[in-house]
Design a protein around this ligand. Structure first.
Ligand SMILES: [Mn+2]
Length: 426
């Protein structure tokens, strides 16, 4: 796919400005470039909203939308960082105005040194000022959000203005993916799936979880430097019962399972895959039983990912399937289930997370559990069973596109028990 997709970002902006009240200006900021330790930075990740609206991945970028302004040059302006000699020496090339225009499709690009004068002009003439007021962050993380700090500054400087939240409007739009976005997600899935198939024969007793992580990361880097969409979970043995295990430093032991939860990111869009495989290349009888329970739930659950359903209702349905499977596996019995507290069902001992989340520019994308599924949404389907007393957990996860009937975007990635064992023999 052509890396320059200004048409997508133009369309996204056009959708957003339709939501704005008359005579409004909207201001969207890029993510903070956070320090790792003194004077040295973490790898930069653009804010998802900035990617959604411009595709510009560079720090210190500000987008201003003022669609009803009488002068065209005020309606859509992108401010980018100016590359002075010091920046060139230490960091190298930054976007030229022309490059930023080619990426975003915004013809009016200015240097960020001109921002404050411009801001004053537009804020004074607008009736409403739309800002990112930190709604995109859980409250404890607000301090790290540049857009939150920026919105606080603007509110303090212009106390008489009417301020509105822009994030809920963008979130609403981000739920439904355009075809171009679905194509990008498929590219991310392609990298993830190919990587999974290639590492299967490399898994053996005696290597370490980080050896597997290294094999995954190497393949992502070779795929045009795809970042991980989130910290990969490479969890063997009892570690596989820890839902967000990230240490990835234990030795793989013969007879144990290895739970892998990882995904490549392409142009900001995530993929999210989970598979659980036997370290030895062969499942024990008990592991195979539990594996097939999880797999059958995945297959049934994804059929329920249809237009109009919700994550809440899906969780309820999967809860019932889970009870049935846990009885078959002799982990629960029917009479206990009959007597259980409905608010705190017994299956939660073995399945303590939800079945699904939205996927997009954030791996846990915007959208809550009550949003009715609609064509163009992408969600995970990820049942699991975690049995601490038996020393293993199994999670299987595919990414599903909502359409007339659900489309499993990870259908082609090996998941059947025999298939996994066969590929591990090579
Ligand atoms: Mn997931």
């Amino acid at each position: 796919m052509n890396k320059l997709i200004p048409e997508l970002y133009k369309k996204n902006r056009a959708k957003l400005v339709k939501f704005l009240k008359p005579n409004s200006v909207a201001i969207i900021c890029s993510a903070t470039h956070s320090l790792r330790t003194r004077s040295l930075y973490n790898e930069y990740r653009q804010s998802s909203n900035m990617i959604y609206l411009t595709g510009v991945m560079q720090e210190e970028t500000v987008l201003i939308l003022y669609p009803s302004h009488s002068k065209k040059e005020f309606r859509e302006v992108l401010f980018i960082r100016y590359t002075d000699n010091k920046t060139l020496t230490w960091e190298g090339h930054k976007h030229t105005k022309h490059e930023a225009e080619s990426i975003s499709g915004i013809s009016n690009v200015k240097w960020s040194s001109d921002l404050s004068v411009f801001l004053q002009q537009v804020i004074e003439s607008a009736s409403n000022v739309y800002l990112e007021m930190g709604d995109e962050w859980p409250s404890n993380d607000m301090s790290i959000s540049a857009s939150y700090r920026f919105s606080e500054e603007i509110k303090a400087k212009y106390p008489s203005k009417q301020f509105e939240k822009i994030v809920p409007l963008i979130n609403q739009l981000r739920l439904i993916k355009e075809n171009t976005e679905i194509e990008i997600i498929k590219e991310a899935i392609q990298v993830t799936g190919k990587t999974f198939s290639e590492i299967l024969p490399l898994v053996n007793p005696g290597i370490y979880e980080y050896d597997v992580e290294a094999e995954i990361t190497m393949r992502f880097i070779k795929a045009e430097k795809c970042p991980h969409a989130y910290l990969p979970i490479i969890a063997s043995g009892i570690n596989s019962t820890i839902l967000h295990y990230n240490f990835n430093n234990a030795e793989l032991i013969n007879g144990d399972l290895l739970l892998l939860d990882f995904g490549a990111e392409k142009l900001g869009y995530a993929s999210d895959l989970s598979r659980t495989i036997p370290v030895s290349g062969k499942f024990t009888k008990r592991q195979a039983e539990v594996y097939n329970s999880v797999l059958s739930i995945l297959k049934e659950a994804k059929k329920l990912m249809v237009i109009g359903n919700t994550i809440d209702k899906l969780n309820e349905s999967v809860g019932l399937m889970m009870e049935e499977e846990l009885v078959k596996l002799k982990l629960l019995n029917k009479s206990e289930i009959k007597k259980q507290d409905k608010e705190n069902p017994l299956y939660k001992k073995y399945y303590m997370h939800g079945t699904s989340h939205f996927i997009g520019l954030d791996v846990h994308d915007c959208g809550n559990r009550e949003v009715p599924f609609a064509k163009g949404m992408v969600l995970s389907c990820e049942p699991g069973i975690y049995i601490k007393e038996e020393g293993f957990g199994i999670r299987l996860e595919n990414d599903i596109l909502i359409d007339k009937t659900p489309i499993d975007l990870m259908e082609h990635i090996p998941i059947e028990l025999n298939e996994i064992e066969e590929l591990m023999k090579q």
